[in-house]
Design a protein around this ligand. Structure first.
Ligand SMILES: [Fe+2]
Length: 248
């Protein structure tokens, strides 16, 4: 490889900066994105640090399939994925893990085989919000509004791409222990809040909305999932929280 090519492929050439020992940690930023025609959606991808983009991979892929049951033996028995959880409504979907990421693969039963979406997990919640602002500035770019998933706790939105699949920009996905994980059926729908799905038929969108309303009314909540160095722990001024967290 030539010196020029080496330089062009170096992390610094792509905007990646490691933290400097003894100083404030700096972001590892990768300027990437999706640029198409004059209506370009440029997404600044800030990759997860070692735990995310290393052993856990960049995110997950979700495929549409004719029949999930017919596909299961290939992904489970041949490729070695473990079932994380599954839902029957508002659409049939199965989620699979291969490491501590809650799911690296999911299958949605739509009656046809194809690519549904690709998820990239960003380091900062603000990156997702700023990407969302960019997407909102373009007509019909947002295909699923900002929301939070019930199973992997990812806060995300989905952008329409020039191809036939979506890109999900997410933050705060949970990690699991694959050796102890027990698959379960998701009864509360795919999202705690938000995630209005343009791609769903109206009747199923209504079912999804009813499930979100029920989740809200029943008090379904989940703690945020943060990596070391990506949060500041507050002293706590709430008597109730101090009581349940042992500070009081
Ligand atoms: Fe996803």
């Amino acid at each position: 490889m030539s010196a020029a090519l080496c330089q062009s492929r170096s992390p610094r050439a792509h905007g990646v900066r490691d933290r400097v020992p003894g100083r404030v940690r700096r972001k590892r930023a990768i300027d990437g994105g999706f640029v198409h025609g004059e209506h370009a959606l440029r997404v600044r991808i800030v990759a997860r640090r070692e735990r995310g983009t290393g052993p856990l991979g960049l995110g997950h892929a979700v495929l549409t399939v004719e029949n999930i049951d017919a596909m299961m033996p290939f992904y489970v028995d041949v490729l070695g994925f473990g079932l994380s959880d599954y839902m029957q409504k508002p659409f049939r979907a199965f989620f699979f893990h291969i490491n501590a990421r809650h799911h690296s693969l999911a299958l949605i039963e739509t009656g046809r085989n194809g690519m549904h979406h690709l998820m990239v997990e960003l380091f900062s919640l603000d990156d997702v919000g700023q990407c969302y602002d960019i997407a909102l500035g373009q007509q019909d770019r947002v295909n699923v509004t900002l929301g939070r998933h019930t199973n992997d706790f990812m806060t995300s939105f989905y952008a329409r791409t020039p191809s036939s699949f979506m890109v999900e920009c997410g933050w705060g996905g949970r990690e699991i222990d694959p050796s102890r994980w027990q698959p379960l059926e998701l009864m509360d729908g795919p999202s705690l809040w938000g995630h209005e799905r343009v791609w769903l038929p109206p009747a199923e969108r209504e079912v999804a909305r009813e499930m979100r309303m029920h989740a809200a009314a029943s008090g379904l909540r989940a703690p945020v999932q943060v990596m070391d160095g990506n949060y500041k722990l507050m002293v706590g001024t709430c008597p109730w929280w101090d009581g349940v967290s042992g500070k009081g």
